[in-house]
Design a protein around this ligand. Structure first.
Ligand code: TRP
Ligand code: SF4
Length: 351
């Protein structure tokens, strides 16, 4: 059987994850771990590109986030989980890529300009921030990943990764003229996004999230404060489920019959928002309960998460080291004398 194709993806360590992460990324990762050889990692160096001035939360955020990965159903028996900075070869490859990446390519990445304009409280005029996609290219290419599951906002980074791979391959060849790096493809996450509590995109910075670790009581409170159709001022006003975030949750978590009933009863004001929300929560909680239960198990043994990351990082490093050997050979930067002699002899034999 040929080796399964490789998938790689990462997240910056943002701490506890929310329902938007579950729907927008984790559920997809969980499917992929059964089909591919998967590597999932914490991009802690990438966190530094914006949060370099305060590094105090990085390790805690890493543990919290990975606990949520595992709680959601990602499985260390099936996939490899690691921390970027525990595989320092990423930095070496990133440095080499930085030599061949034209500045114009980086300045043209849409997220670069947007973020520099949007994030005003930090100085993002750093080498590291401009080089963000170079490091990301190293993350992906060091594992020769075929597929990179990401959201829409990351597609430009995967595109740039393909360009860097192409440029590297055109300058440097592996033995017998082969190319060192495959060109990875973005796997756009197919699931529709869940709205946040206020109807905007769910995001920690908007304060409109349901955390995976929230207790049922907290979920009930947050949902009872959720925005509904603003035209439904009185209980007797008919509503428009299609613009109501609560209905977005029904659509995803309730049964077909309940969705139909809510759709009808909202429009005729037969149901009030309080009851509608309570009905929604009863369908949502059973989805979160097994996640919270697994989280409790990991929290009871905090060293287990650390061990999973240590073991995964060791495994990832083995792969990364092999790629770096090929990279140094292709670039003719081998300083091990015996190895160099062997490579020379081989090069003479194969014209
Ligand atoms: N830039 C990604 C994000 O912000 C995180 C990331 C870093 C990543 N390296 C990666 C994602 C490599 C996929 C592959 O979400
Ligand atoms: Fe939204 Fe339900 Fe209220 Fe209709 S009844 S506006 S769907 S919360």
């Amino acid at each position: 059987m040929p080796a399964r194709k490789r998938v790689l993806s990462g997240m910056r360590p943002t701490g506890r994850l929310h329902l938007g992460h579950l729907v927008g990324a984790l559920e997809n990762w969980i499917k992929l771990q059964d089909q591919y050889q998967c590597f999932f990692f914490v991009a802690d160096w990438h966190a530094l590109t914006t949060d370099y001035a305060d590094t105090s939360q990085i390790t805690d955020n890493t543990c919290q986030m990975v606990t949520d990965w595992l709680a959601a159903g990602l499985d260390p028996e099936k996939a490899t989980f690691f921390v970027q900075s525990r595989v320092p070869e990423h930095a070496e490859l990133s440095l080499l890529f930085s030599m061949i990446t034209p500045l114009g390519w980086l300045e043209r990445v849409p997220s670069y300009k947007e973020q520099r304009e949007q994030i005003r409280d930090k100085d993002l005029g750093t080498h590291g921030f401009l080089g963000y996609p170079v490091l990301q290219a190293a993350d992906i290419l060091i594992y020769k990943a075929h597929f990179v599951p990401v959201g829409e906002d990351q597609v430009a980074h995967v595109e740039l990764t393909r360009e860097i791979a192409r440029r590297f391959n055109s300058f440097y060849k592996a033995s017998r003229g082969r190319r060192v790096f495959p060109e990875p493809e973005a796997l756009l996450t197919p699931t529709p996004k869940l709205p946040g509590l206020d109807g905007r995109k769910m995001s920690k910075s908007y304060g409109n999230v349901l955390e995976l670790a929230d207790e049922p009581e907290t979920i009930r409170e947050k949902v009872s404060a959720m925005l509904t159709d603003p035209q439904r001022v009185r209980r007797t006003d008919p509503g428009r489920p299609e613009i109501c975030p609560v209905f977005g949750y029904h659509r995803r978590y309730s049964t077909e019959a309940v969705i139909k009933q809510v759709d009808r009863d909202c429009r005729t004001a037969a149901i009030g928002c309080v009851d509608c929300k309570a009905l929604m929560v009863e369908h949502l909680l059973p989805v979160l309960e097994p996640i919270r239960e697994r989280r409790r198990q990991y929290e009871a043994r905090p060293e287990s998460v650390a061990n999973i990351l240590a073991e995964g990082s060791r495994k990832a490093r083995g792969v990364a080291r092999r790629t770096m050997n090929q990279v140094r050979e292709a670039m003719q930067m081998v300083f091990d004398w015996e190895k160099r002699k062997r490579l020379r002899a081989k090069a003479e034999r194969t014209p």
